[in-house]
Design a protein around this ligand. Structure first.
Ligand SMILES: [Zn+2]
Length: 312
């Protein structure tokens, strides 16, 4: 069974129509999933909101209240790219909450995985700072929640967004309980994610960065992904896998791109599911990060969901 976590509040995070991270990304995706006949195959779940205590598992409390104040005061900017409107704080706590709802359900039920169709995205959000369209770090909050609430000891975050998830890396840089694995275009925004960034102290070796040069073929990209998933990621023996699923490596993405086709996301998903089957009792929660082609994003998500549902 594949759960789809979604709430209309995500459409109300208003970044302005010209902003690449806008509500049409979800609207176009839902329309497409309905017309492709996939919507009815998914089990729709309404997410709960994450509490301040849960968000504070990885974020500074002062930052959380500042984000709330800016939003509820009518909106503003957290950085030059990261815009808040009046409903953005609500959207952000329900985005983080979707991963917590999904994590509880996947922990409680066999043969169940989940995709969280959420915005704002999360992987650039740092402990005390929003950044790169991200307010709270949805994947990091969920990983820390699985450790503190479900007493897990090894959580793998697989980040295949085209950008490096600098926020997620920073949050777990010293922590051996979370293996953060990222493939990303490099050199590229946000500038972090070099091969030599491997974690620190007890966390040394628990950050794996695979920088990908522009012009790398999709075949080579997928082979690198397969190698690290079957190698270091499997050796970590994760109890749970969170996917930071960005779809901006898609060839036609307007702000990023690495030449991948929509079908390639089914392949990445299947490789991840094979590791989950071997190591983590099939436990996968995936969440939307980037992906800005309004035509391509729905096709990529369709392929990702087909694989999660095991219908391809
Ligand atoms: Zn991205």
């Amino acid at each position: 069974m594949t759960l789809l976590l979604y709430d209309d509040i995500y459409l109300k995070h208003d970044t302005a129509p010209y902003h690449p991270e806008n509500y049409k990304r979800l609207e176009c995706t839902i329309d497409h999933l309905k017309s492709a006949g996939l919507w009815n195959k998914l089990t729709l779940v309404s997410p709960r909101a994450a509490t301040v205590e849960e968000i504070a598992l990885v974020h500074d409390r002062g930052y959380i209240s500042r984000a709330r104040k800016v939003a509820e005061g009518g909106g503003g900017q957290l950085d030059p790219d990261t815009v808040l409107s009046r409903d953005s704080y609500q959207a952000a706590i329900y985005a983080a909450g979707a991963l917590l709802t999904a994590s509880d359900l996947v922990m409680g039920k066999k043969d169940t995985n989940a995709f969280c169709l959420v915005r704002p995205p999360g992987h650039h959000a740092r402990p005390a700072r929003g950044m790169g369209f991200c307010i709270f770090n949805n994947a990091a909050i969920a990983a820390q929640y699985l450790i503190s609430r479900h007493k897990l000891e090894r959580v793998l975050i697989v980040d295949w967004d085209c950008h490096h998830g600098n926020g997620t890396q920073e949050i777990f840089y010293n922590d051996p309980r979370v293996l953060y694995l990222s493939l990303h275009r490099w050199p590229f925004y946000p500038g972090t994610g070099g091969k030599d960034e491997r974690g620190n102290g007890e966390g040394d070796g628990f950050t794996i960065n695979i920088p990908i040069r522009e012009g790398t073929s999709p075949e080579e990209y997928i082979q690198s992904f397969r190698n690290v998933m079957n190698g270091s990621a499997s050796a970590f023996d994760p109890e749970f896998i969170i996917i930071s699923a960005g779809f901006d490596t898609y060839a036609e993405d307007p702000i990023a791109g690495l030449g991948l086709s929509a079908k390639d996301f089914a392949t990445l998903t299947k490789i991840t599911m094979d590791v989950a089957k071997r190591c983590s009792q099939d436990r996968i929660v995936s969440c939307l990060e980037g992906g800005y082609s309004l035509q391509g994003l729905p096709l990529c998500i369709e392929q990702h969901l087909n694989a999660l549902l095991e219908i391809t």
